[in-house]
Each structure stands twice: as C-alpha cells, then as structure tokens.
Design a protein around this ligand. Structure first.
Ligand code: Z5A
Length: 213
C-alpha cells in the first residue's frame, strides 16, 4: 500500500485531553442519524477487540514503560487492525464513520510530544493506514483548562495523562501546525466555550460537509 486515500465519510475528532471529544462525538452521531445515515462511531487506540487490548497495554500506568518507538508502533498496530476490520468495511457499505482520534494523534503525541521523527510517522501512515479523514475537527483548548476538566472526571489518570504540561503544550502546537498546513481538511474549533456553543458550531460544520459530500 503506497497511497493515502481521503474519504469524505470518514470524520475524525482530535484535541488534547478534556477538549470535549466525547460530547461532540455524540452530537455528530445524532446529526448523521437524523439525516438518515448509518453511523459507526469508534475510537483510537481501539475500535476492534484486538485494538482495544492494545489500548489497554498502551494506557495502563502499571508495569514496564514502553519506549517512544514502542508506543508509536503499538498505536499503528491498533490502527492497522481498526482500519481493516472496522473502518474500511463500514465505508464500503455506505456508512459514515466518526472516529475519536486517528493518525493526527500520532503526529501530535508521538511526533510533537515525544519528539519522534515525523517522516517515519508519515511512512507508517502511507504503508500501514493508507486512509485519511475527509474532515478533521480539531477541538482546541489551553492545556491547563483541558487538564482541569479531565481531572474533574478521572479518578485514575492513564499513563499518557500523567505526562507534564510541557508535553501537552508540544502536542497542542503540533496539532495547530498540522491544521495550518492542511486547511481544507481541518476545522479548528474553539473548545474553551461552553459545551452547547461548541456543539452548535461542530454540527453546523457537519451539515455543510454533508451537503457538499
Ligand atoms: N494517543 C496517542 O498518544 N497517539 C495516538 O495515535 C492515539 C492516541 C490515537 C487516549 O485517548 C490517549 O491516547 C490520549 C492520546 C493518546 N492521551 N491523552 N491525554 P482518549 O481520547 O481516550 O483520551 P483523552 O484525550 O484523555 O480523552 P478525554 O480526556 O476523554 O477527552 P475528551 O473526550 O476530549 O473529553 P470529554 O470526556 O468529552 O470531556 C472531559 C470533561 O469535560 C467531561 O467531564 C465533560 O463533561 C467536560 N466538558 C466537555 N466539554 C466541555 C465544555 N465545552 N465546557 C466545560 N466542560 C466540558
């Protein structure tokens, strides 16, 4: 596999922790269902039984800490399975797929956060994934605000959530740089506003996208 196919019915949600992806994903799903579409809502890492087991390995704070390279390759191992077993079959039967995180998360967290070689990530994307969302909604939020929201919810932060603020600042910068480099695919949403405003904004973007698709 060498080329990357952009698919208009594959929509990804991206952002730092506590940005509100779960809330937004539910609203997108409802909007698509009301328009009469089949919707598959899924997440990364995860989205198949095997990929969910890889997720547990990746996010558990217990035991041996994976090296940055191991973390990257496990993210892509989960994604390879997810694309083949869940996403491509759903797109092939005409469904819309809304994915909580996709390859941009690897560029942001393992590229920006961990400092791994972006060209290597791009090579993995080309050879292992071969698929890109037509539309990516980046929920942008300051690191401290996101952490405050997530800490109100998580009793036990996962392994990546235990990173320091400078890690999450690099993640945010990497996301914003990707959005600036690909303005046709990305919509940057100000996620610092109250949930109802953010939801109205993203569902408006989705309606325009459905009309054009
Ligand atoms: N990761 C990676 O490193 N590389 C990869 O390639 C991939 C992932 C795919 C797991 O992802 C980790 O994997 C993640 C990146 C890494 N690590 N981190 N950090 P995840 O998506 O499962 O975990 P997460 O980013 O930590 O998700 P999250 O914290 O659940 O974020 P969220 O879904 O965006 O937030 P939420 O649950 O919708 O909202 C958080 C709280 O804020 C909740 O109580 C809401 O009610 C509240 N909320 C939501 N919106 C608002 C607004 N607008 N105002 C006020 N309060 C709000």
């Amino acid at each position: 596999m060498t080329d990357i196919e952009s698919h208009p019915r594959l929509i990804s949600l991206e952002g730092g922790e506590g940005a509100g992806k779960t809330t937004v994903l539910n609203a997108l799903r409802e909007t698509l269902l009301q328009a009469g579409h089949e919707v598959v809502s899924t997440r990364e890492p995860g989205g198949t039984p095997l990929a969910e087991r890889i997720r547990q390995l990746l996010l558990s704070p217990d035991g041996e800490k994976p090296s940055p390279e191991t973390e990257l390759l496990l993210m892509f191992a989960a994604r390879a399975q997810h694309v083949r077993e869940t996403i491509r079959p759903a797109l092939a039967r005409g469904a819309w797929v809304v994915c909580d995180r996709f390859t941009d998360s690897s560029y942001a967290y393992q590229g920006g956060g961990r400092g791994l070689d972006v060209a290597f990530i791009a090579e993995l994307e080309r050879r292992v994934v071969g698929l890109q969302p037509g539309l990516t909604l980046l929920l942008d939020l300051g690191v401290s605000q996101g952490r405050a929201r997530a800490s109100g919810r998580d009793a036990q932060p996962d392994r990546i959530e235990r990173e320091r603020d400078d890690f999450f600042e690099r993640v945010r910068e990497a996301y914003l740089a990707r959005a600036a480099a690909e303005p046709k695919r990305f919509r940057v949403i100000d996620a610092s506003r109250e949930a109802a405003t953010v939801v109205a904004d993203v569902t408006g973007v989705l309606r325009e996208w459905m009309a054009a698709a």
